[in-house]
Design a protein. Structure first.
Length: 189
């Protein structure tokens, strides 16, 4: 089964070196979409869904269903392309929705900077849930992506997490949100 799964992933996921070599053919454009719906295991899928559940519904409420879908896909495409620019010679398939979800996080930061995000905080052996302003939570998340992405600059193909897809998606979300979100007053939490 492993051989068949590998073949399936290499057929339907974006492989940066293949995209660079082929250019934006119809097959590669299709892969830009399908790669967002493939995941590297249950933990990968569930962690993506957790972030989407926490942040996605508010952003979707502001944009509406159709605009949100287009926004999600567009930020996912831009996130994938950011990773390809970072690692153009990589033969490692890019799988997951993290880049598109990072776009949703960028939009959330712009739309709801003062919203409170319930966060697990560890104080030695004590675990507590505390509300943290979105601007701080997402600022720390983005800083960690930048630190991790720049730490891996010398090991492009060996990296197992596409930090530059997260960075690209987040920035795309921050920049594109104004074209997709309505003009409603921000919700105060």
């Amino acid at each position: 089964m492993g051989r068949h799964l590998d073949a399936f992933i290499y057929t339907h996921a974006v492989v940066p070196s293949q995209l660079v070599e082929a250019g934006l053919t119809m097959e590669q454009v299709t892969r830009l979409t399908t790669t967002m719906f493939l995941h590297g295991g249950w933990f990968h899928l569930l962690s993506n869904m957790l972030y989407l559940w926490i942040f996605g519904d508010n952003v979707e409420d502001r944009m509406g269903h159709f605009k949100y879908l287009i926004f999600y896909l567009l930020t996912g495409y831009l996130a994938t392309l950011a990773h390809v620019v970072y690692a153009p010679l990589s033969n490692v398939p890019l799988v997951g929705a993290s880049g598109a979800i990072a776009g949703v996080l960028g939009a959330y930061l712009i739309l709801f900077p003062r919203a409170r995000v319930l966060t697990l905080v560890f104080f030695f052996i004590i675990i507590q849930v505390i509300p943290i302003p979105a601007v701080i939570f997402l600022g720390i998340w983005f800083a960690l992506q930048i630190l991790s992405g720049t730490a891996g600059l010398s090991e492009q193909a060996a990296q197992s997490v596409a930090f530059w897809a997260h960075i690209g998606g987040f920035i795309a979300g921050m920049l594109l949100v104004k074209f997709f979100a309505g003009r409603k007053e921000a919700v105060k939490y």
